[in-house]
Design a binder for this molecule. Structure first.
Ligand SMILES: [Zn+2]
Length: 304
C-alpha cells in the first residue's frame, strides 16, 4: 500500500501535538501538571468542546476547570506547554464558560487548525473511554488510572486495559470503464439525497483488504478489482479508526443497494460531484471533517 503524502493527510489525521508518550509513566505526572498554572486544559463534554472563536478551541488553566471529570495528559504543544484533558459525560452539568459556545467534532473538526484538530480528536477518543470504562471488563472491579490517563489497571485481577479502537474501512468506488464516474451510497438512516462512501467495521480475524471487498459486495453488489489505501482518520463515534480506500469496480452495471443499510446507490459524474462539493444542487456530501469528504474531493481533483 502506498500512503498519501503528508500534505494530503486526511482531516483530523495530523500530528498537531507531541503526544510525549515517554513522559506518561512518570510517577505523579498528572497531579504535577494539574498544579501547574501554565498548563492548558481542553474540557470535553460528550462530543463537544468549548470554543473561543468558531474555529478555535478554548483552552483554560487547570484551576478554571470544574470539579470532577476524568483527567489525562494529552501531550505537549509546540511551545512545550503541557496539554491536559478533562472529560465530562453529557449528563454532567455544563456550568463552564465557553466564550463562543460549544462545538462538536463532527461539525467543527474540518475547520480547526492542525493543533486543535489533533487535540480534539485525541481528547474525545481518550475521554470517552475514561468516562465509560471505569470498571474492569473481566471482573467488574473499579479500575485504577495509570500512565497519566492512557491505561487502567485492575486492583483485583491485575489486568491492564487500554482505550479500545475499532478499525473500519471507508471506500469510494470508481469505475474502470469511465474515469469520470464515482459510485456512492445513501444510508437508510440519512435523509434523501445524502450520499457518501461505503463503510463498515472489520470483523474478527479479517484483514482490511478483505473487509473492503466484503463490505462493498454486501452494500453495493460490486466486485472490486483493485484497492488503493488513501489514508486514515480516528473517528471517536464512538471509537473508530476509519481507514480510507479507493477501489475500482469490476462491473459498473452490477451496482444495487442492499436495501437494508444502503437504500440507494448512484454513479455520479465528475461534474455532479464538483457541483455537490460546491454546495450546488440537491445532493448532500459528507462534511469537511470526515475522511469520506477527502476521498471524494481527492477523486474529484484527480489526485486519486
Ligand atoms: Zn479485573
Amino acid at each position: 500500500m502506498t500512503a498519501p503524502e503528508s500534505s494530503r493527510l486526511a482531516p483530523l489525521a495530523g500530528a498537531g501535538i507531541d503526544r510525549a508518550a515517554d513522559e506518561r509513566a512518570e510517577p505523579g505526572l498528572l497531579d504535577h501538571i494539574r498544579a501547574d498554572p501554565a498548563a492548558r486544559v481542553l474540557v470535553v463534554v460528550g462530543d463537544t468542546a468549548p470554543l473561543s472563536a468558531p474555529d478555535t478551541l478554548h483552552w483554560v488553566a487547570p484551576s478554571a476547570v470544574p470539579d470532577g471529570g476524568e483527567w489525562a495528559f494529552l501531550g505537549r504543544g509546540p511551545d512545550g506547554v503541557a496539554l491536559l484533558l478533562a472529560a465530562f459525560s453529557e449528563a454532567d452539568d455544563r456550568a463552564f464558560d465557553a466564550p463562543a459556545g460549544w462545538g462538536s467534532l463532527r461539525v467543527i473538526g474540518g475547520g480547526l487548525g492542525e493543533h486543535d484538530a489533533t487535540a480534539f480528536v485525541t481528547a474525545l477518543s481518550l475521554g470517552r473511554w475514561l468516562v465509560d470504562g471505569r470498571f474492569c471488563p473481566a471482573c467488574g472491579s473499579l479500575l485504577m488510572l495509570a500512565d497519566a490517563g492512557w491505561s487502567r489497571r485492575c486492583p483485583a485481577c491485575g489486568r491492564q486495559h487500554f482505550p479500545r479502537t475499532d478499525p473500519a474501512v471507508i471506500v469510494a468506488i470508481r469505475s474502470a470503464r469511465d474515469p469520470d464516474l464515482l459510485l456512492l451510497g445513501s444510508n437508510a438512516m440519512w435523509g434523501a439525497n445524502r450520499f457518501s462512501c461505503f463503510a463498515g467495521f472489520a470483523e474478527a480475524g479479517e484483514s482490511l483488504e478483505a473487509t473492503v471487498r466484503r463490505e462493498i459486495w454486501e452494500e453495493s453488489g460490486i466486485r472490486v478489482a483493485s484497492v488503493q489505501y488513501r489514508g486514515s482518520q480516528a473517528w471517536p463515534y464512538p471509537r473508530s479508526l476509519m481507514v480510507g480506500f479507493l477501489a475500482t469496480a469490476v462491473d459498473d452495471e452490477a451496482a444495487r443497494p442492499d436495501g437494508e443499510e444502503i437504500v440507494a446507490v448512484r454513479w455520479f459524474t465528475r461534474a455532479e460531484i464538483g457541483a455537490a462539493l460546491a454546495g450546488d444542487g440537491d445532493v448532500v456530501l459528507p462534511g469537511r471533517a470526515s475522511i469520506a469528504h477527502r476521498l471524494i474531493s481527492d477523486w474529484h481533483a484527480g489526485a486519486a
